[in-house]
Ligand binder design. Structure first.
Ligand SMILES: NC(=O)c1ccc[n+]([C@@H]2O[C@H](COP(=O)([O-])OP(=O)(O)OC[C@H]3O[C@@H](n4cnc5c(N)ncnc54)[C@H](O)[C@@H]3O)[C@@H](O)[C@H]2O)c1
Length: 374
């Protein structure tokens, strides 16, 4: 068994440790409370580091900067901060260059450690910079949104956007450590929390019917940030992601199951110029469309999309597709980098907890699903 969970006590901190086994690129994912103040300890236990640089947004620095800084200083590192503007537009080559400039000014070397403190935007950007600065320097992820805690901080996909497409320039580059502090979720806007929950629902659909049941039964507790519930869903999501990545780190095939709903949602995001939906909100609609396509291709019973819609509604996620032309959606799907040889690829549900990869869904079937459910 490549994955194991143990309870560990460090001072007063009780946490869960998952290990993601990727040979020499293996690392731990630590999940618990009050972890930010202990980041220095974790680093000194595991890494040899000349200096540390925290990359974050000004607003996230205001919330957590002091806590992480004081812990790092206590452990003998005096961190520097590099602040980047909020939002998806920061995932750009221009922003990368600005950060390279700062790292060079600070004379950062190959033993300098980058610390990504924030959501997926900070994590993806920092990871890409770490992968490329001086041919690769170490970085750790300290994710502070639910989406980044259950998804983007784990698995080593790093990227920036190109004007012609999202995440088009990037690298597979694993962090040295992922530190998930559940306390950070208390300040997260509700809309962002719900968007992260869409990814958790996705894990239930692709691999874990018990997680899906749990989400159905504990919706209100989760939305009110019940500790035990949050810990369970984050741990379970990270475990599923770790298992998938261990099997297929560079997405030659199996890892594609993590993209359930994404072929639809990426088109929705692109065609609405990334302004109408958060990623998780577009995913909510995309998962419904993927489930309906699974019914249309006779892979699953019509109860499957109904159950998914009910759960998404309970979490107050959008379930109504925007008014877009099916022709435009299919055209946009063809630009997705997840396709190969001009064939559209979909992850389809056989049941809650079980999916398969389909490479040969006829365009007419996709359009039929899109037109039926406007
Ligand atoms: N690498 C991967 O495998 C992967 C997977 C999924 C998504 N992504 C990427 O992740 C990005 C989206 O990430 P996201 O949803 O975390 O969005 P985000 O990083 O933009 O964060 C959302 C907002 O929440 C704020 N914020 C962060 N933590 C907070 C906290 N604890 N309290 C209050 N506010 C807080 C941020 O400042 C930001 O305004 C996209 O760019 C997407 O492409 C990457």
């Amino acid at each position: 068994m490549v994955l194991f969970i143990i309870l560990k006590k460090i001072g007063l901190v009780i946490m869960k440790r998952l290990n993601i086994d990727l040979g020499e690129r293996s690392y731990d994912i630590l999940i618990g409370r009050d972890i930010l103040s202990k980041v220095g300890e974790f680093i000194s236990n595991q890494l040899e580091v000349s200096r540390s640089i925290i990359i974050t947004h000004p607003s996230v620095r205001k919330l957590f900067g002091e806590k992480i800084e004081s812990g790092l200083t206590l452990a003998g590192y005096s961190p520097s901060f590099i602040e980047i503007p909020e939002g998806e537009t920061s995932k750009s080559l221009q922003q990368v260059e600005l950060v390279y400039d700062r790292l060079l000014e600070m004379k950062c070397d190959r033993k300098s450690l980058l610390i990504a403190l924030g959501g997926g935007v900070v994590g993806d950007l920092t990871g890409f910079i770490a992968a490329t600065y001086q041919r690769g320097i170490p970085f750790i992820q300290v994710p502070t949104t639910l989406l980044s805690q259950v998804d983007s901080s784990v698995g080593g996909k790093t990227a920036v956007n190109h004007p012609r497409g999202k995440n088009m320039i990037g690298a597979f580059y694993q962090p040295k450590l992922v530190l998930i502090d559940l306390d950070t979720l208390t300040t997260l806007p509700r809309k962002e929390l719900r968007a992260g929950l869409a990814e958790v629902i996705k894990y239930g659909i692709i691999a874990d019917a018990a997680l899906f049941d749990f989400l159905e039964k504990n919706t209100e507790k989760i939305l009110s940030l019940n500790s035990d519930c949050l810990e369970y869903i984050i741990e379970t999501s990270c475990t599923i992601k770790a298992q998938v990545v261990e099997k297929d780190e560079r997405e030659s095939r199996h890892r594609m199951i993590l993209n359930f709903g994404h072929t639809f949602s990426h088109s929705i995001e692109t065609l609405t110029n990334y302004t109408e939906y958060l990623h998780g909100e577009a995913l909510s609609i995309g998962m419904i469309q993927a489930a309906r396509l699974s019914v249309e291709t006779k892979l699953c019973h019509k109860d499957v999309p109904l159950r998914i819609i009910n759960l998404l509604k309970k979490f107050r996620l959008p379930v109504q597709a925007p008014d877009l032309k099916s022709k435009d959606i299919v055209e946009s799907m063809h630009n997705d980098k997840k396709n190969s040889h001009n064939k559209l690829r979909f992850i389809l549900a056989k049941a809650i907890g079980l999916v398969e990869i389909a490479d040969d869904v006829p365009e007419a079937t996709i359009k039929a699903v899109l037109n039926k459910n406007k």
